[in-house]
Design a protein around this ligand. Structure first.
Ligand code: AMP
Ligand code: ZN
Ligand code: FE
Ligand code: FE
Length: 287
């Protein structure tokens, strides 16, 4: 069983449209795929239709979700996967909208800093890199910098200009991780912390923060992820077992935007069963 519970499409900063993602996942032989674009449910309908209309008659199960941007008191950025929630639960959708609005203002401010440093790039050039309704993110700015010839790749754009420690970096409004967990669960969904100790991407949350979220009601931990080293995986696995949390593994696929390949890490079927049972309704989509 191939179960991949964290992927992105052009509804945020992935490069495959939702229907292309569904196609690729089916070709790859994936059994359960979650679509988890940043702060949006904008790709859901296209993904559902693509699965329903797929000529192969595939039995793949589609899990709809979102990767919710969160921020801790000290400004640390934290990502919370919300899976199988009710998209009609307005407080969560309203929070997504607020975050997306602030991402736009934040982008203008990052661009102003780049312009001050003599880097020629405009907000229109950034918007041109994405679908109209897509959640705007630094990867789109990276793509615009590539298009302008300032850098060769998204990765280089992040290394030189866009990483979290850069002088050009500005954060955007996002809810506290507790608030995200609360909203996801109120919406009947399941909250899984994404890549919590991702030292390989330079973003690690403090152990005490993770402990706090576990006591708050976190449902699961994304343990197997390319940004975790072996030691981080063992530590997270131990923490999950000790606290009876669900353990997931996933690709965090972004199309050509990142090296991550579909199903490069996967979730154990028993863990997926537990996860699905935690939602307050059966929301998995099948043909
Ligand atoms: P933002 O949501 O605007 O803060 O941008 C964060 C996004 O940038 C995340 O979804 C990451 O997947 C992506 N990202 C971070 N570092 C890199 C990198 N080196 N190459 C490509 N994408 C990256
Ligand atoms: Zn992303
Ligand atoms: Fe993330
Ligand atoms: Fe992600």
């Amino acid at each position: 069983m191939l179960i991949d519970l964290h992927t992105h499409s052009t509804a945020s900063d992935g490069t495959d449209a939702p229907h292309e993602l569904i196609d690729k996942a089916i070709s790859r032989g994936i059994d359960v795929l979650a679509l988890t674009d940043h702060d949006t449910v904008g790709g859901w309908n296209e993904a559902i239709n693509a699965l329903r209309e797929h000529p192969s008659g595939s039995n793949m199960e589609l899990v709809l979700g979102s990767e919710v941007s969160c921020q801790d008191d000290d400004g640390t950025s934290i990502h919370m996967l919300g899976l199988l929630f009710d998209p009609n639960y307005q407080p969560l959708i309203a929070e997504f909208e607020k975050t997306r609005e602030h991402r736009v203002t934040r982008m203008s401010r990052i661009i102003a800093r780049l312009n001050e440093a003599g880097i020629d790039i405009t907000i229109d050039e950034v918007h041109a890199q994405k679908r109209d309704d897509a959640t705007l993110g630094r990867p789109h700015l990276a793509d615009a910098l590539v298009a302008k010839g300032h850098v060769a790749s998204r990765d280089e754009a992040f290394k030189i200009f866009l990483h979290n420690g850069s002088k050009f970096y500005i954060n955007h409004y996002s809810p506290s991780p507790e608030s995200a967990i609360h909203l996801i669960k109120q919406a009947g969904g399941v909250a899984v912390i994404a890549h919590p100790l991702a030292s390989r991407s330079g973003r690690t949350m403090k152990p005490e923060t993770l402990a706090r979220l576990i006591s708050y009601g976190l449902d699961g931990i994304e343990v197997d992820h390319r940004d975790h080293n072996d030691q981080e995986r063992s530590e997270l696995f131990r923490l999950a077992i000790e606290n009876d949390l669900i353990v997931t593994g996933s690709s965090d696929y972004h199309g050509t935007g990142k090296l991550n390949q579909l199903a490069e890490f996967t979730t154990h079927p028993q863990q997926w069963e537990r996860l699905e049972a935690k939602a307050n309704a059966r929301r998995v989509v099948k043909r």
